[in-house]
Design a protein around this ligand. Structure first.
Ligand code: SAM
Length: 406
């Protein structure tokens, strides 16, 4: 039975899922208490900082000003990565409370609707949320293609799938190697076939192709979408060309060869553009061309599509016969870069105002560091912004854009 997202929302309207934050150590708690909104490790007094080897290392090397960052409520957040359980790896301190953001707050900053429930271990949920394509970004891209039968590979928690589904694509099947990821995916995509596949294993690869051919029953595949692991490309983590996980992007091309979808969409981190001086990106495009596809790539800023987050991602699109589409038109203005430690202000372009942290999470109940619950009663009277209404499925996206304009 198909459960529409509005029906799902009605079912879950009075609950808030996964509002749980990681526990801070005594020292981390002491350190974050001295950090103001928009501040970072530079605000930690030396008398406290010198008790932490990590902060002293950052001080010595002049580390990123996003480390030990406290969210500025008046701007979109910085990138939500998979380490929002650690204050020293990004800007994850709650704007008002002395704790890290909860899973739900991170999910809100990634534009996951409130009915989307994350399953599996806490360790996995950091990865599920931090690695996801923000559904609103995926939705903007999905609108570029006509409604089609789609397969999502390396599907994770399903952020990419959700955005494609919201832009009218039917997700026939999704595949991932990880049990917890598949658990979350299945919970939230009851009409999609969820497969356990290791794409680096030739036998599993073959049986995946066979299974999909059977499921297609002669129908043509409209879109093959996927976000292969990006650890090897990422500019945030350890960066290694030799990382075998980089090759998984090429296993996606082998799927293209077998299934010959009309369109291909590959999502990745911006590091993909510069890896091997751009040769990896070129190799992917040449491969696609040899399979009979024209291709293009674009780098998108998530905040320009309604995501309350400054997240940059690269998308490669390839088409067999429909031609190229170009990037989706931005609807929200972009936020400038931080310069000399100074936070940028909001742009004053004609586009809608981007969604800011306060609007994204300002209604969520206070919880202590290391506290919260996986299911909490939620009262709709707490809502204070259009984004909160959108994320609780009370208004459509076009109303959100309209309310953010002017
Ligand atoms: C970047 S995440 C994908 C995020 C997803 N597109 C989303 O929007 O939520 C990459 C996924 O690839 C999966 N993965 C890693 N190695 C794999 C392999 N060899 N075969 C299949 N899946 C794999 C991981 O478990 C992870 O969920």
């Amino acid at each position: 039975m198909t459960v529409s997202k509005f029906a799902q929302s009605a079912l879950h309207d009075s609950f808030l899922y996964n509002h749980v934050s990681a526990k801070l150590s005594k020292l981390d708690l002491q350190m974050i208490q001295s950090i103001p909104q928009g501040g970072n490790w530079q605000d930690i007094p030396l008398s406290v900082a010198n008790q932490s080897a990590r902060v002293m290392k950052i001080r010595a090397s002049g580390g990123r000003t996003t480390y030990y960052g406290r969210l500025n409520p008046s701007l979109p957040s910085y990138t939500i990565n998979t380490y929002f359980n650690r204050p020293g790896n990004g800007t994850f301190i709650h704007p008002i409370q002395d704790r890290l953001i909860s899973f739900r707050e991170a999910a809100r900053l990634q534009s996951f609707p409130d009915w989307y429930r994350f399953k599996g271990s806490n360790t996995s949920i950091y990865k599920q949320i931090g690695n996801a394509v923000p559904p609103l970004l995926a939705r903007a891209i999905g609108l570029l293609f006509k409604k089609s039968l789609t397969i999502d590979v390396f599907a994770g928690a399903g952020g990419l799938s959700l955005g494609l589904q919201d832009s009218n694509h039917k997700i026939l099947a999704a595949a991932d190697i990880n049990t917890h990821m598949r658990q979350t995916y299945s919970e939230n995509h009851p009409d999609t076939i969820v497969l356990d596949v290791d794409f680096s294993n030739p036998i599993q690869f073959e049986s995946f192709i066979e299974r999909i051919e059977n499921e297609l029953r002669g129908r043509s595949l409209g879109l093959l979408a996927g976000g292969p692991p990006c650890q090897g490309f990422s500019t945030a983590g350890k960066w290694s060309i030799a990382d075998p996980r980089n090759q998984l992007v090429f296993s996606m091309l082998r799927i293209v060869k077998h299934l010959q979808p009309e369109h291909v969409l590959i999502e990745n981190v911006v590091g993909l553009r510069i890896q091997k001086n751009g040769k990896t990106l070129l190799a992917i495009q040449e491969n696609l061309e040899s399979l009979g596809y024209r291709s293009e790539w674009f780098q998108l800023n998530a905040e320009q599509y309604g995501v309350p987050q400054r997240r940059r991602r690269v998308f490669i699109h390839a088409s067999r016969s429909d031609g190229l589409v170009g990037p989706p038109t931005p609807l929200f203005s972009m936020v400038g870069r931080k310069k000399n430690g100074i936070e940028p202000g909001l742009d004053t372009s004609d586009l809608a105002n981007p969604i800011i942290v306060q609007d994204a999470i300002g209604d969520l109940p206070s919880i202590p560091s290391g506290g919260g619950m996986h299911t909490i009663d939620y009262d709709n009277t707490w809502i204070t912004s259009s984004y909160q209404q959108y994320i609780r499925n009370q208004i459509p996206f076009r109303d959100l854009v309209m309310n953010q304009s002017g």
